[in-house]
Design a protein around this ligand. Structure first.
Ligand SMILES: [Zn+2]
Length: 81
C-alpha cells in the first residue's frame, strides 16, 4: 500500500483576529509572520503601520515602505499642550 500522492502542506489557520491583515507583514527582526499589525495615525496626520512581533516582541513602525524609528514615532505620537 504505497501512497504515491503527497498531501499538500496544511495551511495554518490564522489565529489572529486583527482586521485588515495584509499579506507580507513580517517581523523586521526574526522574519516571523506571527505579528500584530495596527494602522494608526500620528498627531501630524501621517498614517503609520505598527507591527508587533509575537515571537520576539520586536516593534516596528512603518510609513509605507519606510521604517520609522521609535523616537520618531513617539515624538509625534505624544504632544503636550
Ligand atoms: Zn520577531
Amino acid at each position: 500500500m504505497a501512497r504515491s500522492s503527497s498531501a499538500p502542506a496544511p495551511v495554518p489557520l490564522g489565529s489572529l483576529t486583527q482586521p485588515g491583515a495584509r499579506e507580507g507583514a513580517r517581523c523586521q527582526m526574526c522574519r516571523s509572520e506571527r505579528v500584530t499589525r495596527i494602522s494608526m495615525e500620528l498627531t501630524d496626520g501621517s498614517e503609520v503601520d505598527f507591527t508587533h512581533c509575537l515571537e520576539c516582541e520586536h516593534r516596528t513602525w512603518q510609513h509605507g515602505d519606510e521604517v520609522l524609528s521609535v523616537d520618531h514615532v513617539l515624538s509625534r505620537a505624544k504632544r503636550t499642550r
